[in-house]
Write a protein that binds this ligand. Structure first.
Ligand code: ADP
Ligand code: NI
Length: 220
């Protein structure tokens, strides 16, 4: 029964999201699902809720639904109802999918269930490291953001609306979100994986500034 619901959602997502250009394509969803199921084996939590929550975590994200905040839960509820997903599972899935998304550096988040923590960690692991860097520049390019502008400093947002409206250059996104994620990981296994990916981003930024400064000095 739940297997059919999962299969049906997976098939449609594969189809609809296969060429999504901002780093939120089917392969992102698949990686978050696979990482979530890996974390579940170590950390526990309800496997079906985690599987469905991971598949649906970006279903109506503000970054590509025209700017509507917290719309995932309602979109998930409609879809799960259509597939006759048991209420005992769909209720928790819809509750958690609005909580996953990063809402700003200084935005307080309340106590989360183990299922929410796991999917959030898996989603954040996909935002950092080599793949995270690739996704950030894919997103920035798609939204017409410059790669870098040294005269525009990062902002640590304290509300979701402000964070969602930000149109800064992509290097700032590292300081506004990506480099903050390591210390916000909530599972032991997630923290461990984040260490290596975080170090890779720090090395990338070091190399980026070295290259940037060599070329700008040449014209002094
Ligand atoms: P979340 O909802 O927690 O932000 P997502 O799965 O939607 O997580 O993925 C967010 C990813 O989208 C970021 O990690 C980054 O790669 C990209 N992204 C979002 N905002 C920006 C931005 N302002 N500049 C560059 N990339 C961004
Ligand atoms: Ni995501």
């Amino acid at each position: 029964m739940i297997k059919d619901v999962i299969y049906s959602i997976e098939s449609e997502l594969k189809d609809t999201w296969k060429d999504e250009p901002t780093g939120h394509d089917w392969e992102h969803i698949r990686r978050v699902r696979d990482m979530s199921l890996h974390l579940q084996k170590i950390e526990g939590g309800n496997r079906d809720i985690i599987h469905l929550g991971a598949l649906l975590h970006d279903i109506s994200d503000h970054k590509f639904n025209g700017g509507i905040l917290n719309a995932n839960g309602e979109a998930a509820r409609i879809w799960l109802k259509k597939l006759n997903c048991p209420e005992s599972i769909s209720y928790d899935v819809c509750e958690l999918v609005d909580k996953i998304s990063f809402k700003g550096a200084n935005v307080e988040i309340g106590e989360l269930s183990i299922e929410t923590k796991i999917i959030q960690d898996a989603d954040r692991l996909d935002a950092i490291g080599a793949i995270g860097i690739a996704r950030a520049f894919a997103f920035g390019g798609n939204k017409n953001r410059p790669i870098y502008n040294p005269s525009v400093n990062p902002i640590l947002h304290d509300n979701f609306e402000q964070y969602a409206k930000s149109k800064s250059h992509t290097i700032n996104h590292f300081y506004e979100k990506l480099l903050l994620l390591k210390s916000k990981m909530q599972t032991v296994e997630g923290k461990k994986i984040a260490e290596t990916r975080h170090a890779f981003m720090e090395n990338f930024l070091k190399a980026f500034y070295t290259d940037w400064n060599i070329t700008s000095k040449k014209n002094d």
